[in-house]
Structure formats: C-alpha cells, structure tokens
Design a protein around this ligand. Structure first.
Ligand code: ADP
Length: 278
C-alpha cells in the first residue's frame, strides 16, 4: 500500500516554532562562539606566561625545591585540562551552529532555476558521485533508465540534491549490502524517477513521519533530509510517494510535470500549501 505523507497542521506549527527558535538561538550562539575564542586567547597567554616561568629541570639546579615544582605541575595540568574542556565546548558550539544553519537553510525560500534537463542525466551523475561508497558497502546498482524520458524543466542542482539524499538514505538502510534500483519513465504529463532499496524498511508509524523535520532513527541523523527533498519536489510542482515494508525495503517515487509552469516559491512553514494535485 502506498502512503502519501501529508504535512499535518501540527507539524506545520511545530516547524514554524522550531524555525523561530533556531533563528533566536543564532545571536547568543554567535556571542558564545566569540567569547569561547576570547577565552582561548587569554588561556594561551596564561599558558605562555606560565611556561616562561617554568622552573629549571631538577638536574639543572638545587634552588628549585620539590614544593614549587609540585605546584607548577598542578597548574600545568589545570591549564591543559582547561584547554581540553574549551575544545569540547567549541566543538559543541560548532555542532549546534551547523544544525541551526542547516535547518534554517532547509526552510529558506529558494525558487528552483528551471531549465530543460534530462532526468536520466541527473540520475547518472548522482550514481557516479556515490559509486565509491555504494561499492564499498557491497551494494548492487540496477539502472533502468527509460529512453522515452524527455528533457523537462527542472533545477538540476536541486534535483541532484534530492537524489543524493534518497540514495544516501537507501545506502544507510542496507547495512549488509543489497540492491539499489534507479528507474525512470514518462507518462503523458510528466516524468518520474524511482529510488528503491532492499534495506531495513520502515514500520507504518515511521513511514507516517519520514518527512517531518527532525524525525530520525539514526544516531547521527539530522532528520532534515527528507523534509528538504519534499520541499524541492513541491517547489517543482511535483509529487513524492513512499512505500515501505519492514525487512524488505523502501521505494520512493517522484513525479515531475512535463510542462513548464511557474515554479512554486518554497514557502516558509505555516504558509505551505498541500502537495500540488497535478
Ligand atoms: P536522516 O537521514 O538524517 O535521519 P531523513 O529526513 O533523510 O533524515 O530521514 C528520516 C528517517 O526516515 C530516517 O532516520 C529513517 O528512519 C527513515 N528513512 C528514510 N529513508 C529510508 C530508507 N530508504 N529506508 C529506511 N528508512 C528510511
């Protein structure tokens, strides 16, 4: 059975809330970043000053007693630890910044730059790009690209982003190898591409939530990939469908209209219209 994920009002409201939160986090995060840098600079000065005052090695002179030496070691240890803590804090600030930036970027209105493009070419390029990783993971690629696919008005950069996201998800779902199928075709009104894997599959509950921002079952996932995919497809006035069975695999199917119409400007969340009908 095919499920078409529909952005519920609840999800839209949550997305809007998250967007304003992300935006508000930006300024204090920036201040945090700068102040950690200042702290690092001061710490380095302190370290240099301290090292300059280092006692001579034990063999060099008798005037350095064991008392001051112990203190010296203590301070050096504390300084080293402070440096290490600071590094961790900076790393986390960077991570936070990355997440916030990615999220806001995913929501930013970007109209696709439509120009006559061969969907087959985009598929081929994507597979070429990811082939080393696919081979590494022992995944067999099956390409069934229809010769009947005409050039269609689409944004090749955005469409490649869509396919990269789908193929990466497929790879990650096939932890023990499998088959990735990429299929294209055309009907009287549009072109379509299918990305299918023989991976873990999803439960109906997971399937319902795949397009939600931040929904992820991965340890290092952002949960933003499929939201971006959906937004790009919608901006092209296309449709995306997903079907999945636990233990058997997942199939994503994207349909894009053949005739040029004004692209839909990706609207900020809340104002997003439901998926276009045709
Ligand atoms: P992320 O990859 O960062 O988790 P996505 O939005 O791309 O974010 O995907 C959301 C979730 O949807 C994934 O964590 C995973 O649970 C599920 N998912 C997406 N694609 C597949 C797939 N091909 N097979 C199985 N599960 C998938």
């Amino acid at each position: 059975q095919t499920f078409e994920a529909i952005e519920s009002e609840r999800v839209q409201a949550l997305t809007l809330l998250a967007a304003s939160l992300a935006h508000e986090i930006g300024n204090p995060l920036n201040a945090l970043h700068i102040h950690l840098q200042l702290l690092e600079r001061e710490l380095r000065k302190l370290k240099t000053a301290w090292e300059g005052s280092a006692p001579a090695p034990a063999s060099a002179g008798a005037e350095t007693g064991s008392g001051p030496r112990a203190t010296h070691t203590d301070v050096a240890t504390v300084l080293a630890r402070m440096e290490q803590f600071l590094q961790v804090a900076q790393g986390e600030v960077n991570r936070l910044d990355y997440i916030v930036t990615q999220f806001l970027q995913a929501l930013r209105p970007t109209a696709p730059q439509l120009r006559p493009t061969s969907l087959n070419d985009v598929v081929r390029k994507t597979v070429d790009l990811l082939r080393p990783e696919l081979e590494n993971r022992g995944i067999t690629v099956q390409m069934q690209l229809s010769r009947a696919v005409p050039e269609t008005p689409l944004d090749p950069v955005q469409m490649q982003q869509v396919l990269v996201n789908l193929v990466k998800n497929a790879m990650q779902a096939m932890t023990r190898g499998g088959t990735l199928t990429l299929q294209t075709g055309a009907d009287s009104e549009g072109v379509w591409v299918v990305v299918a894997d023989t991976g873990s599959g999803m439960t109906p509950e997971q399937l319902q939530r795949v397009f939600e921002p931040f929904f992820t079952t991965k340890q290092k996932g952002s949960g933003l990939g499929l939201m971006i995919v959906q937004r790009i497809v919608r901006a092209h006035r296309g449709r995306i469908e997903v079907e999945s069975h636990v233990g058997r695999g997942t199939t994503f199917r994207i349909w894009l209209p053949l005739h040029e119409r004004r692209p839909r400007l990706l609207e900020p969340p809340g104002g997003a219209a439901p998926a276009s009908e045709e």
